[in-house]
Structures are given as C-alpha cells and as structure tokens.
Write a protein that binds this ligand. Structure first.
Ligand code: ARG
Ligand code: ZN
Length: 452
C-alpha cells in the first residue's frame, strides 16, 4: 500500500468506495489512508498501566477531507502537530474520535504527531470477560511486572490514536523505552537498542509490510529471549525469536520448538511467509491467543502446538491479507483453523478426527458465514464452519489445485482489504463454477451443508 517505507510496489487500497464497517460503523475515517505509524511508548514501570506515548501518523487523503478524524479513546493528549507545527484539535468522547482541525486535500500527505500521557482504560470485549487494549500484568512475589497489547478487534485506539480499521493496514516503527534489565519486543525486526542517559533503554522495531492496527505486537517485561537459527524458506530468510516470562517453565516452552517445522508446512500450503521474522511472546494472563504481527501473543494455557499453528497461519490470513469488513472474520478464523488440519496431516495424523470435532462444535447451531452481530465474529461458526468450508473446497478441487489457489490468494490479496466476495471471485476463476457454487452453499446456507 505504500512505496515510501516498503520499497516495493504494493497495491494501494481504495477507501473512496468503502462503506462504513457493517459491525463497527464508527471505526476509521473514509478517505483517510495511513501509510505508516511511528509509535513511541515509554513504559517507566512495567506491570503498571502508566504510559507516555508519541505517535506519528503518516497519512494520505484519498478524498478531500475537511479534518482528520483518528480513532482515539486513550489518556489525556498533551500535544498535536501537523507537519511539525502545532495544530488545533479536539476530542469527541461520544464517538471516540480525535479530530485534527486541518484539511487534507485528495492526494496530499500529512505527518501528524500526537503525544499523550496517562493510564489507558481499555474497553470491554463484547463476548469475552476481558478488556481490549493495553494490558498490565502486575508484579507478584514470583514474577516481575509486564505489559502487552491485546487489541483485536478495536482495542488499539484505547492507547494509540490511529485509523483503527483493518481496511487501512500500515507499516509500523515501534520504539519502546523501558528500565534497564527489562526486555521489550514489537512487531517487525529489531533495528536498535540504545542506552539512555537516565538508565533506561530504547529498543526500536521496524515492520515494513503493512498490517491492520489491531495486529501491532508490543511486549515488555522480564522475558527470556530465545533466538533460534534463521529459517530459509525459498529465497527468504526468516528470523526466529521467542520470548518467555522468566517464571514460565520448560514444559510450557517446549511446543514452541516446533515453530520452524510449522513454518515449513504452512509455507508449502499458503505460499511464502509474508514477513521477515516470526515468533511467539508468552503471557501469563488468562486470555485467548492473538496473532499479533510477526510476534504472536500466546497465553500459557494456549501454549499448545495446535494453537501455535493457528496463530502462525493468521500471519498470512488476517495480517498480510487484511479484512475489509469485520463481518468477514471467518476469512481469518476459517483459514487459521483449517491450518490445524493441514498441520495434523503433515504430522501423519488422521484429519477426519478434526473434521468430526468441527462438525460436533456446530451441533448446537450454526449460521451463514458472514457475521451479522459483533457476538458472532469469533463464534464456533467463524472457526469450525469456516474451516469445513475450506475443506469442502479442497476435497472438491484436489490438493494440487487447492494449493495453487491458496498461493494465488495470499499473493494477490496481500495488503488489500479482502471480503468474502473476493474469495468467491478467485474460487470461480481458479477452481471453476462448481467449486464456487459449493462455497456459496457453505457461506450462505442457514444449515450446515454435508461434509464431503
Ligand atoms: N483472532 C484470535 C484467534 O486467534 C481470537 C481473538 C478473539 N478476540 C476477541 N476479542 N474475542 O483466534
Ligand atoms: Zn484465530
């Protein structure tokens, strides 16, 4: 989406024809295209919520804008500037917007810097007993404090001003300032680790492939950094880093040893891994796992091979290929769940066990795959029915055609906001009208179609 920071031509998503999100209509500003975020976070006391931030947004207008309206529900703003000069702004708390009162004409770019300081409050998740956004893990007698981001779908703007919708993926530079002895990691590759005069240090990570805002990974704490040998996959070299809180025992860490093999198996099915680095950061909080870009966020209880495969698969499906609308989460969750079967097969297991498990998860009810409420976004249908739909497509088309189809999907949809309709179009083109009709039934039938 951006020539400037990636150095390679990636198609620019168009916002001018994008409708408001069907489930989160308040998110994002139509016509605003953020190319890059430079995020500075000072975390003076890991384990406590206090945060100082300076976020620089490099944005372009796809339509004439009378003001720039970023999503923001975070702590108090200290300053805002536009191309280096102070700019008037105000907050609208009823819509969670930070309104920068300056016009941006179609085709023009602006660099907007916003600084803030305080304790992000987060926001409740519609279905889980947890909050989204900036998380603190308080220190205990056995464990020092930690912080991390957990934001899908709309938590990022509770601590950073951003165009908080997956249809506007961007590249990120993340600078984290933490006390000496504290490890800090974020999406992308490590650029620098600099000692500051006050004894803190600042680590800088650069992610040069665009991802949705919810996928930004940030982890700080007393973490053991496990650097694994680089992985060569085709013509690419992928760095491998995992992070474990020092209190986490060896049996929890063991399944992450399989990650290299997972990368090989999924690359074979999905095409080249889309980033230059990959790993997991384990957290001790009780949450679901989350596919934060290049560095998945993995709770202790999700530290199982199946979940590690699932979050890795999201690096292609969700992170590299972003959603255009939150109603299409099945595109993320269905592919990531299906990866669990591809892995099981590669391990010599019988995949029919997973197929029956998925069907039984849907016995209490299912729905057409495009979600109509926020509560449906991460329900069993998004995961299990989504995976079954892909299994039906593969069984119908054969492995060779299905693999070529997946490679083409990840190649042609990278950084382009994608809808179910785009999957239909490619299915029809590459797998034919019967395959497309089959997929239609799996997507649209109120009941569960029979499995092949
Ligand atoms: N995408 C996550 C996964 O790997 C699930 C996130 C659930 N988030 C939520 N807010 N309910 O399956
Ligand atoms: Zn998932």
């Amino acid at each position: 989406m951006c020539l400037l920071t990636t150095g390679q031509a990636v198609p620019t998503p168009s916002h001018t024809d994008t409708l408001l999100d069907s489930l989160y209509p308040q998110l994002g500003q139509p016509g605003l295209n953020v190319l890059h975020y430079d995020v500075r976070l000072d975390i003076p006391q890991p384990g406590t919520p206090g945060l100082r931030s300076a976020v620089t947004v490099l944005a372009r207008a796809d339509t004439d804008l009378t003001s720039v309206q970023l999503d923001y529900a975070g702590p108090q703003i200290r300053s805002a500037s536009w191309n280096g000069a102070p700019v008037p702004f105000h907050r609208d708390d009823s819509t969670d917007k930070l309104i920068i009162e300056w016009p941006l004409k179609r085709g023009e770019r602006a660099t907007i810097t916003v600084t803030s300081e305080g304790e992000p409050a987060g926001k409740p998740d519609p279905t889980l007993p947890m909050s989204l956004g900036w998380h603190s893990v308080p220190a205990t007698s056995t464990q020092p404090g930690a912080n991390f981001a957990f934001s899908e779908p709309d938590g990022t703007h509770t601590f950073l001003p951003c165009n908080d919708h997956p249809s506007d993926p961007a590249t990120f530079t993340t600078h984290l300032t933490v006390p000496q002895g504290v490890t800090a990691a974020a999406s992308g590759q490590l650029q620098r680790d600099q000692l500051n005069p006050d004894g803190t240090h600042t680590v800088t990570y650069a992610l040069t492939t665009p991802v949705p805002t919810y996928a930004l990974s940030v982890h700080v704490g007393q973490l053991d950094h496990v650097r694994r040998p680089d992985l060569t996959s085709g013509s690419r070299v992928i760095e491998r880093h995992d992070y474990f809180p020092s209190s986490v025992p060896a049996d929890i860490r063991a399944p992450y040893d399989r990650t290299d093999q997972m990368l090989r198996v999924l690359t074979d099915w999905f095409g080249p891994y889309p980033f230059q680095t990959y790993g997991s950061a384990v957290v001790t909080s009780d949450l679901p796992a989350l596919e934060t870009a290049t560095l998945s966020t993995m709770p202790v209880r999700s530290s199982q091979v199946r979940v590690i495969v699932h979050e890795l698969a999201h690096q292609w499906f969700g992170n590299a290929v972003p959603l255009a609308d939150w109603s299409d989460t099945w595109l993320n969750e269905g592919f990531a769940t299906y990866a669990e079967l591809l892995w099981a097969e590669a391990e010599g297991e019988d995949p029919t066990a997973l197929v029956s498990r998925w069907r039984s998860q849907l016995q209490r009810g299912t729905r057409p795959l495009i979600a109509t409420t926020q509560a449906q976004m991460f329900d069993a249908s998004a995961y299990a029915r989504g995976a079954l739909a892909l299994h039906a497509l593969r069984t119908h088309s054969g492995d060779q055609a299905f693999r070529a189809f997946l490679h083409e999907y990840t190649r042609t949809r990278a950084a382009r906001p994608t809808r179910t309709a785009d999957l239909f179009a490619l299915t029809r083109q590459r797998l034919g009208p019967d395959a497309s009709a089959l997929l239609h039934r799996w997507v649209q039938d109120p009941n569960l179609p029979a499995s092949p």
